[in-house]
Design a protein around this ligand. Structure first.
Ligand SMILES: Nc1nc2c(ncn2[C@@H]2O[C@H](COP(=O)(O)OP(=O)(O)OP(=O)(O)O)[C@@H](O)[C@H]2O)c(=O)[nH]1
Ligand SMILES: [Mg+2]
Length: 236
């Protein structure tokens, strides 16, 4: 209804000037693609944790009609940021991408185009090559095996793979709730529960050269808690 075909949502939290490596080429690609698009840059921040990212994205958006920012006081972690970006987006297709350069920028338009070709409701990146170290790779294998066993999501792998693409109808049907890392899993789980078609796009995942990993051991406990909660819920 908004006339926007594609909303691209980039999670920019704590990216600083490094966000230019993502938003600049992405903007060029979107401009060249001849699609009615909007680029939504999410730079929410905690009041007590200074983050220069907001200023960087504001300045970028100021001179570009198709670029918008979401800058609110954070009330949650990655999931909250993703949901605030999705809520602000008006496109018929929505693609969410991290702002830390770990996914090639091309994956955004690849996701959108593959969704159009295949007609799936939800599309997710599936990391067929990843360079973020053996520890993260091993953790991911254990997590994904546990996920398949607990939630019978056979046929899908790499729940946390980005980009995540959603049609507007899928977004509205999913009613996402997570404020934390589990939002990626929630997209897959809720889509399966609602009988939506989920497609996978093979992607390459790079090491994060800009900063140390945000994913600390506490994140593992958080995943376990979330899985237990969802498993219990799916039984009732
Ligand atoms: N850690 C963290 N990330 C957030 C938060 N809000 C938004 N994000 C965004 O979430 C995205 C993914 O987080 P990452 O820490 O890169 O997740 P990852 O790539 O799985 O793991 P690492 O790169 O190893 O940390 C980033 O682009 C962040 O900008 C937050 O509150 N905490
Ligand atoms: Mg990352």
């Amino acid at each position: 209804m908004s006339g926007t075909e594609l909303s691209v949502i980039v999670l920019c939290y704590q990216a600083g000037e490094g966000i230019h490596h993502v938003m600049d080429p992405l903007y060029e690609q979107l401009e060249a693609a001849e699609i009615a698009y909007e680029l939504v840059l999410v730079a929410n921040q905690w009041p007590d944790r200074p983050d220069p990212t907001g200023q960087v994205v504001e300045e970028f958006a100021m001179h570009r009609d198709t670029v918008r920012t979401v800058m609110e006081e954070k009330q949650g972690a990655m999931g909250w940021d993703m949901r605030s970006g999705l809520a602000a987006a008006g496109g018929d297709f929505m693609v969410v991408m991290d702002g830390d350069s770990q996914n090639p920028v091309d994956d955004v338009l690849r996701t959108y185009r593959r969704m159009k070709e295949t007609g799936v409701d939800v599309m997710k990146g599936r990391r067929i090559a990843r360079f973020d170290g053996p520890y993260r790779r091993a953790l991911s294998i254990v997590y994904n095996l546990a996920f398949i066993v607990l939630f019978r999501t056979r046929g899908l792998w790499d729940v946390n793979g980005k980009p995540k693409g959603l049609t507007r109808a899928a977004y509205e049907a999913l009613e996402l709730e997570s404020d934390d890392w589990f939002i990626d899993a929630e997209i897959v789980l809720f889509a399966r529960r609602r009988g939506l078609a989920v497609g996978e796009l093979p992607v390459v995942f790079h090491r994060n050269d800009e900063r140390a990993s945000f994913v600390r051991p506490a994140a593992i406990l958080e995943f376990l808690r979330n899985m237990a909660r969802q498993r219990f819920r799916s039984r009732s």
